[in-house]
Design a protein around this ligand. Structure first.
Ligand SMILES: [Zn+2]
Length: 87
């Protein structure tokens, strides 16, 4: 049972811990598909502007075809996704 992280994904359990009130550039996550968007205000995946800064934890999917987590979460495109939307 030595194999932890599988190739194609990396999980970071730590959340953002960001202040809601801060006017700084918080990364936003799409409420539809949880994609984390580092710039802009529209999700490049679904085209919605239904974004929130209240998310915690994220998973980086590097190889969506080999990632079990991606399959579980219904992720079809490589990217960084929030694990939990808190809003
Ligand atoms: Zn989206």
């Amino acid at each position: 049972m030595g194999e932890g992280a599988q190739e194609g994904e990396a999980i970071k359990a730590q959340g953002q811990g960001k202040e809601v009130n801060g006017g700084n550039m918080a990364e936003l996550a799409c409420r539809n598909d949880k994609l984390i968007i580092s710039q802009g205000s529209v999700c490049p995946l679904c085209g919605a502007s239904n974004l929130t800064s209240k998310w915690s934890g994220h998973v980086v999917v590097l190889n969506v075809e080999r990632s079990e987590i991606a399959r579980k979460l219904g992720i079809k495109v490589n990217g960084t996704y929030a694990l939990t939307i808190n809003d």
